[in-house]
Design a protein around this ligand. Structure first.
Ligand SMILES: Cc1cc2nc3c(=O)[nH]c(=O)nc-3n(C[C@H](O)[C@H](O)[C@H](O)COP(=O)(O)OP(=O)(O)OC[C@H]3O[C@@H](n4cnc5c(N)ncnc54)[C@H](O)[C@@H]3O)c2cc1C
Length: 313
């Protein structure tokens, strides 16, 4: 039997949500619709969490989520209402290690950077940015309920709970080259080789308007074993670890190299859904860990949480 949405009126309830990623934004929007007074608290300046974009050397790079799916009608409707024709479908294929095209149910981006998806979905919600919470329990003096959407290991600390659950790290690297559509980039959006050091590499030039004229930019996400091995190295050292592998895979001449940056995602994703333990009264957790580590799943987790939680205690 499916879950019956719980739509009791939440007027008068003050709810704090920690984290303005996709889960937090969806939860906030749904709870506002039920009448709650919601405040989103985000430690960073921008929104989107792991659905992250960065302006760099005249380019706009997605160094977190590369694209998102819109398989679920509820997410598709919300994203389309918020972003309209700024949603762009990637046309070129993702290939496996044998060069075969992987199935494509629709790989979507926001034209101006994937973090813009979060920003558009968050419009109208009260957000306190650059507001890092160190102990969620202290917020209960100001709010009736506190919802954390920080990745579970961080949430457990914020709630004062001992409960380990492994999150897999991912090192990310962006590499820029002089020249447009060089090597094998024109016909392929990405190569996916899970289980290897170079688990994912993608050419950002397939995202229209993102890359400055005269350049090709590739993003690499390193596999689990490689990421764990090099996790504590400074991100500035990551490009040198992988550059030659990227150039070999994409047949890009080394002398075209123009610049690079690295980024550490310490808590990038989960392997299997988390079954959260019982939580202290008035503290709640929601996030992609409850479903799958995907933008769409994070949004759905937040959306369903907002529909199904009674907040009666
Ligand atoms: C490298 C990488 C590649 C990915 N690629 C894809 C992809 O191609 N397609 C796809 O669909 N998904 C992809 N994902 C997964 C996707 O990005 C995530 O599943 C999704 O964005 C998670 O959303 P969330 O809201 O659950 O968590 P988050 O996005 O992590 O949001 C949590 C928010 O909480 C904030 N926060 C944490 N602690 C505190 C605190 N103490 N006080 C205040 N704020 C706090 C954080 O700053 C963050 O904004 C990728 C993820 C990574 C890391």
């Amino acid at each position: 039997m499916g879950v019956v949405p719980c739509m009791n009126d939440l007027s008068g309830k003050r709810i704090a949500i920690i984290g303005a990623g996709l889960a937090g934004i969806a939860a906030a929007r749904g709870l506002v619709q039920r009448g709650a007074a919601v405040t989103l608290l985000e430690k960073s300046r921008g929104f989107g969490g792991r659905c992250a974009s960065k302006r760099w050397e005249g380019h706009v790079i997605d160094h977190g989520a590369q694209y998102f799916t819109m398989r679920d009608e509820r997410f598709r409707e919300a994203a389309t209402a918020a972003c309209g024709d700024a949603l762009v479908r990637l046309e070129k294929p993702v290939r496996d290690e044998n060069g075969r095209e992987l199935p494509d149910s629709g790989r979507w981006i926001h034209r101006d950077g994937n973090s813009r998806l979060a920003r558009e979905l968050a419009k109208g919600i009260e957000i306190r940015s650059e507001c890092q919470i160190d102990d969620a329990r202290t917020l209960l003096a100001e709010f009736d309920h506190v919802v954390s959407t920080a990745p579970w290991p961080q949430t457990a600390r914020l709630f004062g709970i001992e409960h380990a659950f492994d999150h897999i790290p991912c090192l990310a690297v962006a590499l820029a080259y002089h020249g447009e559509w060089i090597g094998r980039t024109r016909e392929t959006y990405a190569f996916s080789h899970p289980g290897t050091a170079l688990a994912w590499t993608a050419c950002e030039n397939h995202k229209p308007g993102r890359i400055a004229p005269g350049f090709t930019v590739l993003v690499a996400h390193l596999g689990e074993a490689f990421s764990r091995e090099h996790l504590e190295k400074p991100p500035a050292e990551y490009p040198a670890l992988v550059r030659s592998m990227v150039e070999e895979r994409w047949e890009i001449p080394a002398e075209a190299f123009a610049g690079a940056f690295g980024h550490r995602w310490r808590l990038a994703r989960v392997d299997a859904p988390l079954i959260a333990p019982a939580l202290p009264p008035r503290l709640h957790f929601v996030g992609d860990a409850l479903r799958r580590s995907r933008v769409e799943d994070a949004w759905l987790a937040g959306h369903e949480f907002a529909q199904n939680t009674s907040f009666e205690s």
